[in-house]
Ligand binder design. Sequence first.
Ligand SMILES: NC(=O)c1ccc[n+]([C@@H]2O[C@H](COP(=O)([O-])OP(=O)(O)OC[C@H]3O[C@@H](n4cnc5c(N)ncnc54)[C@H](O)[C@@H]3O)[C@@H](O)[C@H]2O)c1
Length: 253
Amino acid sequence: MSMTFSGQVALVTGAAAGIGRATALAFAQQGLKVVLADIDEAGIRDGAEAIRAAGGEAIAVRCDVTRDEQVKALIEQTLAQYGRLDYAFNNAGIEIEQGRLAEGSEAEFDAIMGVNVKGVWLCMKHQLPVMLAQGGGAIVNTASVAGLGAAPKMSIYAASKHAVIGLTKSAAIEYAKKQIRVNAVCPAVIDTDMFRRAYEADPRKAEFAAAMHPVGRIGKVEEIAAAVLYLCSDGAAFTTGHALAVDGGATAI
Ligand SMILES: NC(=O)c1ccc[n+]([C@@H]2O[C@H](COP(=O)([O-])OP(=O)(O)OC[C@H]3O[C@@H](n4cnc5c(N)ncnc54)[C@H](O)[C@@H]3O)[C@@H](O)[C@H]2O)c1
């Protein structure tokens, strides 16, 4: 079954690397115009150039998702360039190595919550009015399996991803009758820079990460991109308010 998309324009945050970049490329391969947003300007420029080199349409917009005026400007630039916004993948996120809960600092709490929760909230706050005005759209937010259960030594990160699911479900209900669908994707461990920073330094950690997944390996960025595209596609027309685990069976244990 090939995926079909009624919309034309997709926005991806955290698009300079990892899951975001793979998803931006996947949207472009489906013929959509793509806006790549990130604080890493070189990374998004490179991604947009790769899309254009392959015959697609894309622009790169520098945006810190924790800043209201920058997110507002991102949506304005999207509309100025392409005239609409059909799909938004709010994916920018950070993880900071943490100890047990009592060892965490206020600065870590504010940093993680700022990007992972406030960033997603601000993005939806500015995307939803556009989708309302044009009569529909679909949003996917990146949560994590850490948003579905405990994540020892990652308590602030886990709290932030639970919050993403809370924002997702609440927005889904609020806009369900307005033809706007809002879902979350919950990856387990995926092979990205974030994974390498957290696990690769210690080979035992990498082995442990693979073993956490009943399929016996960590995931690939393309496997998350495929899930995001499905949630945006016409095939998911009856799916909203859902947190989809894409986790090699990790949450089934
Ligand atoms: N890699 C994993 O194992 C994994 C697992 C579960 C969930 N996730 C989530 O997936 C998402 C993408 O992570 P990734 O693994 O691709 O990581 P990554 O570090 O490769 O990419 C994250 C991107 O977000 C950008 N970013 C960070 N702060 C930003 C800000 N304030 N404004 C705009 N952009 C910002 C970074 O520059 C980077 O390009 C994150 O939300 C992460 O929490 C990752």
